[in-house]
Design a binder for this molecule. Structure first.
Ligand code: GLP
Length: 243
């Protein structure tokens, strides 16, 4: 695991975007795994700039997002489908038919999650997966648990996640209680994983996840077992890490 400490959110975003750009340049038909949340927004802004400057080309890129709320229509501005269009896909030369976000409106969870997992495999697997980290160590929506979930599945969100995400909704009652998410196994199967984390609020979980014991109680800790992980933090999120 490589941990890169940057000075600021802007530098974290530029560094993460440059790693993704390098992937796209070296393999123009890469399969890229994408993340939502507030952390990667700056990374997407940098990727949009690089695309507009013709430094990277998305025309042959395929994408798979980590997760989606269950039961939230795609045109709801809090759906991850909406987020991805708004923050990235609408602003780059990507073929939207190659972009994939689990469909939270398909009620049959096993069907949708099974199809999603199969689509990732059919695309040849993920070359580079971008992930953020939740305050409780979740990646995608893999919440702390007794075991690491292997494949794309339906999860019940924990109270702490509902609490953390309520800021994006009109009221806490509007926050969906379930989500479809890639499993830890799906994420671990990516050839490369790039984690982004910023802010003081993430310092403790960054330390626990990447320098603490490997346990499904801290889902991101599984990444310590991955052969090709780059964690890109700002100074605040990296504050408790030991050299
Ligand atoms: C959500 C997403 C995660 C994300 C997390 C942290 O729960 N499902 O993929 O990493 O939020 O979000 P933020 O980056 O806003 O702290």
């Amino acid at each position: 695991m490589i941990i890169i400490k940057t000075d600021s959110y802007e530098d974290m975003s530029k560094k993460a975007a440059s790693i993704i750009a390098e992937q796209i340049i070296s393999k123009p038909n890469s399969v890229i795994g994408l993340a939502t949340g507030s952390t990667p927004i700056g990374t997407y802004e940098e990727l949009v700039k690089l695309n507009k400057a013709s430094e990277i080309d998305f025309s042959d890129i395929t994408t798979f997002n980590l997760d989606e709320y269950r039961g939230l229509p795609r045109d709801n501005d809090q759906s991850y489908y909406y987020f991805m269009n708004d923050n990235l896909f609408d602003h780059v030369n990507i073929d939207k038919s190659r972009t994939h976000v689990p469909n939270g409106m398909i009620e049959d969870a096993d069907l949708e999650c099974g199809n999603y997992e199969a689509a990732i495999k059919a695309a040849g697997g993920v070359d580079l997966q971008l992930v953020g980290i939740g305050h409780n160590g979740h990646i995608g929506f893999n919440e702390p648990s007794d075991e690491f979930d292997k494949v794309t599945h339906c999860v019940d969100l924990t109270e702490s996640t509902i609490e953390a995400n309520k800021r994006f909704f009109a009221s806490i009652d509007d926050v969906p209680r379930q989500a479809y998410t890639m499993g830890i196994g799906t994420i671990m199967a990516a050839k490369k994983v790039v984690v982004v984390a910023n802010g003081t609020g993430k310092a403790e979980i960054v330390k626990a996840a990447f320098q603490g014991p490997i346990t499904p109680k801290v889902p991101a800790s599984a990444l310590q077992l991955h052969q090709n992980v780059i964690v890109v933090c700002d100074a605040e999120a990296a504050a408790l890490l030991e050299d």
